[in-house]
Ligand binder design. Structure first.
Ligand SMILES: [Zn+2]
Length: 280
């Protein structure tokens, strides 16, 4: 994770908290981990205060009264989960051909230090400074990536076994997230290394050394593009979404290993409303 002192601009820190702070969480497991997070936990606390959420964590999950249908009512700061018109994820259907002049997507990732965290909602990999993307002419810095099972986005109604989200923040505070579908097939060596580094419930985040996140990208660079939100509370509508059209392959055993920790951590698809999906 980028320590707050290394994040270029306080607004970036704030944006990260919108996501990461929100994903911190509910239950003793997440609390244990939060204690071990040092500088990052400190930054998150600052931002929680800035948002006015106070000390308490609002418990949310994927089932029952605290599940996705109830998120908007759990806390006033979650209201947009119910009322928003640009929510994520969505079903990627009916995409239109993209304008060739919008600047496209330039992924500029490099090998940096990673840290694996079990935050109570997913397995998250915090990434040291140095990787970024330029999306439609704007630069966003990669700060973390994490996993959902099954996939949150669907294509023509079909979900994949898993989806990874690469979360990037701009200095202005908004986010660009790149989603990659994970299909069951050949084992992925990078995923294997990550899974083996997942800390236990009582353990601090695990450092995994310098790795290139590009190992988790498909070869093809085609993508869907739309405007949306965080897929977890507070569901903030600040995300420029990119979902790659090609998938990466992981083994069924790797899917099963994640499912043993998080058997279901995907928000259902949300209405498209007036938005366009562009295909690049
Ligand atoms: Zn996500």
């Amino acid at each position: 994770m980028q320590a707050p002192t290394r994040i270029p601009g306080s607004l970036v820190g704030f944006a990260l908290i919108l996501l990461i702070g929100a994903q911190q969480g509910c239950g003793p497991q997440a609390e244990d981990h939060a204690e071990g997070e040092g500088e990052m936990a400190e930054g998150q606390m600052e931002a929680e205060h800035a948002e006015g959420e106070g000390e308490g964590e609002v418990h949310w999950g994927y089932e029952g009264e605290t599940g996705p249908d109830g998120w908007g009512g759990l806390d006033p700061s979650f209201a947009v989960c119910d009322t928003g018109l640009e929510q994520s994820p969505i079903d990627l259907a009916g995409a239109i051909s993209a304008d060739a002049d919008d600047g496209g997507l330039d992924i500029q990732w490099q090998a940096t230090e990673w840290e694996v965290v079990d935050n109570g909602h997913t397995i998250q990999i915090n990434v040291a400074e140095g990787s970024s993307v330029v999306l439609e002419g704007r630069q966003f810095s990669l700060v973390q990536f994490h996993f959902h099972l099954p996939s949150e986005h669907t294509v023509d109604g079909a979900a994949s076994p898993m989806e990874v989200h690469f979360v990037h923040a701009a200095e202005e505070g908004d986010l660009a997230v790149i989603g990659v579908f994970m299909e069951a097939g050949d084992e992925d060596p990078a995923i294997q290394g990550l899974w083996e580094a997942i800390p236990g419930p009582e353990e601090a985040p695990a450092a995994v050394g310098a790795l290139d996140p590009g190992a988790l990208l498909p070869e093809g660079r085609g993508y869907f593009r739309y405007q949306g939100s965080l897929t977890t509370p507070p569901c903030s509508e600040v995300v420029s979404w990119v979902v790659m059209t090609e998938s990466i392959s992981v083994s069924q055993a790797q899917v099963d290993a994640f499912a043993a920790l998080y058997p279901m951590n995907a928000r259902p698809v949300q209405p498209l409303n007036e938005r366009e999906i562009r295909l690049h």
